[in-house]
Design a protein around this ligand. Structure first.
Ligand SMILES: [Zn+2]
Length: 905
């Protein structure tokens, strides 16, 4: 699954300890019954409220019993029986209340050990919250799509809804004559049932877990594309199609066109052909996740698949990355599946790590090469909290399943894989991956088995032991390093602990932790750059730098490849920064992160932090690589909004303007600058965030005036009233509309609301919606909030409005009051698996008063939200970290900025 933005998934609780005396399995199902095959027959008419079906599940009992536990949720069962050796036994079906969808089948007579077949006839409501088999209305049509991962297949059909049960499926779908039906395999037969209806039979699938089963039904456009050609490792072509809502077919061309190249890179990496019979790319009209890797029929949000001729570079980049991610899952996850959700990192960390390397290989000039690093540096933010999960987190409840799809699993996991790839060497690591895929193809495997494959392919166990210290404990290793030169040579003395934020309140001190860290240290030996690598297994260690003389500088994390943060003493920082021109781009990014980590840990004051950041940026010249240039923006904005007093804000804007104004002046708004001619991608990647900064944070008048003009033109105001995508480059459309609605108020808001009534492009809709939430006009902000509960909005648009309502500091108080008053209504518009995101609403709070009010509001309700407790704990930690840092640094920050402006005047 591909995550969306910063969301942390969770939903309503299904398991409450102790209250339910009923005897049912609360974690995994018993080992005694194993499914071996499913026959699924469903009638899906998306305009209806319900669908109906019958399902036959062949099972194998290892022990005689008259009870079978499996899954089924909100199913109205009309008939159930068990067939043993041709003999039919009536069975009673019962969904256990408050169990999260555990179902129980009871027969009068005992079912003997051996094979049996369960048959169930039922109806169920089309889900309206983007889970299970759900209905989505768009452009006057109704469609049905599915999202089964992690535990929603039970809403669509009775099943053993756990990843370890992989079986073949035979599916038939009865649908309207005029409709298209898609599933995991090609259709092999179509029969007319009546003038109205037809039945489509799909070929038998390869062994699949329930969470990878997919259906799409409705008046869909089907774009047949040329098949993916045979290669040296694949003897057959792969039929390729694009599936979209009615009328949107032509927009999926770009996605289809680039699929073969991405897929072949993945095949070559694994050395194993794409494992399924065909590949359909399905652009779902409404979808909760970013995308879902259903075997042979990958589902995406529309913006990831549908492009017009003015599509922005960032939209195309998201396509390449997400598409590579989902296709990587066809091996990692689909071909070899984790046995249980505690190993979901085997899917998601790998797909994340593969998406970056695949995109980089696909387009070597595309600036994808450092995204794995910046992703894992981002995850260190979350991993710095006391409440952080570990990558391989034990699963005790549905809360834990929900929480498992977070940045720790995806981005930290990707970073840790990257570290061990470097440790083994890319080719050696690939050998291990390949061996693993071959050993377990079409089966299941655990973390332990994966690590064994890596060890076997490399004849090495030391790396595997080190790997486990990163999988099985939370937190970021914090490595204090000090260069010592004596007569006997140069050493780097290091000590490790778990990284902690400044002045953590309340709880007991963190337990001591150590990791076995594969460290490569790089240093300047005369005019040479030298490197030593070793695994550091102890709390304290000393690394011999094989230097001819005392190194002029030392960087403890060569190429930023290690998943850790480092601290240096003042002298070593000064030396590193003075020699920063000798660092690689990744090393500068890693150093910027460690500087920020020192600031948030309370180890360095704001003045010193800012001076070092500025010096590091300068070391990369007047035109630093885009990601280096952009790295400090988040912290600078936080300093402006939270740290300094009201009177000092202007001085922070001045600093922002000093750093970024010159880059903006080079770039301008149109992609015609000298920088665009020299390096169009770098220019584009810089332009959107820097224009955003200059317009929305620095509030530079000339930038805002021009954007407001273009924004109103984009909306067709003063013209024909239609969207005019020529008014501004697509990558700046959102900021232009935002400034227009902020500066010109009500009329612009009305124009946006009018467009929303008819606009069908998900990309344009999200720009319009997001801009509307940025208006600080009280009446407009209230209208924007009300839209979140308007049923004409798509389900996946609700979070844009909900979180948007807190985004502008000026709107936050009204937004919070509105949220509290409407939380139940907002919950019903949110997929149960996403409902814990609601507890993330407070992440921007930074005061004691707001914190206490937030805590009081959620206290009574959080236990009834799956995954909610962790989301709430993390939010509180974030708020505490913010207010404690403000307490410690505000006076110093105000002083620093007043001295700076004094110097200038
Ligand atoms: Zn994924």
């Amino acid at each position: 699954m591909a995550r969306v933005g910063l969301s942390i998934l969770c939903g309503f609780v299904f398991i409450s300890a102790g209250v339910w005396a009923a005897d049912f399995p609360k974690g995994q199902l018993p080992e005694t019954v194993t499914p071996t095959h499913y026959a699924i027959n469903l009638k899906i008419l998306p305009e209806d409220q319900r669908f109906s079906g019958n399902v036959g599940i062949d099972v194998q009992l290892s022990k005689a019993s008259n009870i079978i536990f499996f899954h089924g949720k909100d199913l109205a069962v009309q008939g159930a029986h068990v067939i043993v050796a041709g003999k039919k036994m009536e069975a009673a079906y019962e969904e256990i209340p408050q169990s999260g969808g555990v179902a129980k089948l009871t027969t009068d007579a005992v079912i003997p050990a051996g094979p049996a077949r369960i048959e169930i006839t039922y109806t169920a409501p089309f889900n309206r919250q983007l889970e299970g088999l759900y209905r989505s209305d768009e452009g006057g049509d109704s469609y049905a799509f599915t999202q089964m991962e992690p535990i929603a297949a039970r809403l669509a059909f009775p099943s053993f809804d756990e990843p370890r049960f992989k079986t073949p499926y035979d599916t038939t779908l009865t649908v309207r004559q005029a409709h298209v039906a898609i599933s995991n395999t090609p259709s092999i037969k179509e029969e007319k049932l009546s003038n109205e209806l037809k039945t489509i039979t799909f070929s038998t699938t390869k062994p699949l877990p329930t969470y990878l089963i997919a259906f799409a039904v409705g008046p869909l456009d089907v774009v047949e594309w040329k098949a993916i050609r045979k290669t040296e490792i694949r003897e057959v072509e792969i039929p390729l199609r694009g599936i979209t809502a009615r009328g949107k077919g032509p927009q999926i061309k770009y996605a289809l066109e680039n699929t073969e190249a991405l897929l072949v890179i993945l095949e070559n990496y694994f050395g194993i052909p794409y494992p399924y019979e065909k590949l359909d790319l399905v652009a779902a009209t409404d979808f909760a996740a970013g995308a879902m890797e259903n075997a042979g029929a990958i589902f995406y949000r529309e913006p990831l698949m549908l492009f017009d001729d003015k599509a922005s570079l960032s939209q195309k980049r998201r396509y390449a990355l997400t598409h590579a991610h989902e296709m990587a899952h066809q091996w990692f996850g689909n071909l070899v599946t984790p046995a249980w959700w505690d190993d979901i990192w085997l899917n998601e960390a790998f797909a994340t790590w593969m998406e970056y390397r695949t995109a980089q290989e696909w387009n070597p000039k595309g600036e994808y090469g450092r995204l794995n690093l910046t992703g894992s540096l981002g995850a260190m933010g979350t991993d710095g909290w006391r409440s952080a999960r570990q990558i391989a987190q034990p699963i005790a409840s549905n809360d834990d399943i929900s929480n498992a799809f977070d940045s720790i699993t995806y981005e930290k996991g990707g970073g840790v894989l990257s570290m061990f790839e470097r440790y083994y060497g890319a080719e050696q690591f690939r050998k291990g991956v390949k061996l693993h895929m071959q050993r377990y193809r079409f089966g299941i495997a655990t973390s332990k088995e994966f690590l064994q494959s890596i060890a076997d392919a490399n004849g090495d166990t030391q790396g595997v032991a080190a790997f486990q210290t990163f999988l099985n404990q939370p937190g970021v290793p914090f490595v204090r390093s000090e260069l010592k030169c004596t007569k006997s040579g140069a050493k780097l003395n290091i000590s490790q602990s778990r990284y902690a934020l400044a002045g953590e309140p309340g709880d007991a001190p963190r337990p001591e932790q150590t990791w076995q860290i594969p460290m490569c240290v790089v240093y300047g030996d005369g005019s040479q750059r030298k490197q030593v690598c070793e695994i550091v297994p102890e709390r304290s260690a000393s690394i011999d730098l094989k230097a001819e003389q005392c190194p002029a500088w030392v960087m403890p994390n060569a190429d930023g490849a290690g998943y850790f943060r480092f601290a240096l003493n003042n002298k070593d920082w000064d030396a590193l920064i003075a020699n920063a021109s000798q660092l690689t781009e990744k090393e500068v990014l890693s150093a910027l992160d460690s500087l920020d980590a020192a600031f948030t840990a309370g180890n360095v004051d704001v003045d010193k932090y800012l001076e070092r950041v500025k010096a590091l940026l300068r070391s990369k010249g007047s035109n630093p690589p885009w990601d280096i240039a952009l790295a400090p923006i988040g912290r600078l904005t936080w300093i402006k909004d939270n740290l300094v007093s009201e009177e000092t804000r202007g001085a922070v804007k001045t600093l922002m303007s000093e750093i970024y104004g010159p880059i903006y002046d080079h770039l301008g708004l149109d992609p015609t600058s000298a920088m665009d001619k020299a390096n169009a991608i770098q220019a584009n990647l810089l332009r959107t965030p820097i224009v955003n900064l200059m317009a929305l944070q620095v509030e530079r008048a000339d930038v805002r005036a021009e954007l407001a003009k273009r924004g109103t033109a984009f909306l067709g105001m003063g013209g024909d009233g239609k969207i005019n995508s020529r008014a501004i480059d697509a990558s700046l459309a959102e900021v232009a509309i935002t400034v227009a609605v902020q500066d010109n108020g009500e009329p612009v808001a009305e124009a946006i609301l009018t467009h929303l009534k008819t606009e069908r492009s998900a990309v344009t809709r999200s720009r319009l919606l997001s801009s509307l939430t940025r208006s600080t006009d009280k009446a407009v902000a209230a209208k924007a909030r009300a839209l979140a509960l308007d049923t004409t909005l798509r389900g996946n648009e609700v979070p844009i409005m909900m979180y948007g309502s807190m985004r502008e500091p000026a709107n936050a108080a009204d937004g919070w009051a509105w949220f509290k008053a409407n939380v139940d209504a907002l919950a019903t518009r949110t997929p149960p698996t996403d409902r814990g995101d609601l507890a993330g609403i407070g992440t921007r709070f930074c005061s004691k008063g707001d914190r206490d009010d937030y805590a009081k509001f959620f206290q009574g309700r959080i236990d009834s939200m799956t995954g909610g407790p962790r989301t709430m704990a993390q939010t509180l930690e974030q708020v505490d970290a913010c207010r404690i840092l403000v307490q410690q640094q505000r006076r110093k920050a105000d002083k620093y900025f007043s001295t700076r402006s004094g110097e200038k005047s």
